[in-house]
Design a protein around this ligand. Structure first.
Ligand code: HEC
Length: 130
């Protein structure tokens, strides 16, 4: 019996730690990075600061559940010429249900992660393979 309580207490501590750590959480991240992702500048920042909501592939439904509408970072709108600046602005100041991360990331990190999102290919896009 005591063992069972100890196990429950340990599980509770793990959950509390997980809730407190929004960045650097050890929870498995949703999605799989597309081929070539690990070599891109911005990959590490995206993995640390974005993937738990947006998925490593940019299309996790977690952000969509929060926003109550589809959210996709591989939508063509994020691949245009002005996208990088727009994404940087969103990361810095937030949008809708997403809080800004301007106090957690440096300007250089924000620029790098915005460039990464512009690159991030849709799952069946062949750009990554080239
Ligand atoms: C805590 C969860 C969370 C984290 C962390 C997060 N986002 Fe978001 N993001 C969201 C949600 C939710 C939305 C949709 C906001 C809305 O429309 O209400 C969103 C929207 C966006 C959008 C606009 C998408 C659209 O279709 O309008 C971009 C671009 C974006 N996020 C990029 C990023 C990047 C890059 C990072 C990491 C630096 C990041 N986000 C971190 C939850 C998150």
């Amino acid at each position: 019996m005591a063992d069972r309580w100890r196990a429950a207490a340990a599980a509770g501590a793990v959950l509390a730690a997980g809730a407190a750590l929004w960045i650097g959480s050890r929870e498995p991240l949703p999605g799989t990075p597309p081929p070539g992702a690990r070599e891109r500048p911005g990959f590490a920042i995206f993995t640390r600061a974005c993937a738990r909501c947006h998925g490593q592939d940019g299309v996790s439904d977690r952000a969509s559940r929060m926003a109550r509408e589809p959210v996709s970072l591989v939508d063509p709108v994020w691949k245009t010429g002005i996208a990088r600046a727009k994404i940087a602005e969103i990361v810095r100041h937030g949008t809708g249900k997403m809080e800004g991360l301007g106090d957690k990331l440096s300007d250089a990190e924000i620029d790098a992660v915005a460039g990464y999102v512009v690159w991030l290919p849709a799952p069946h896009d062949t750009r990554a393979a080239r």
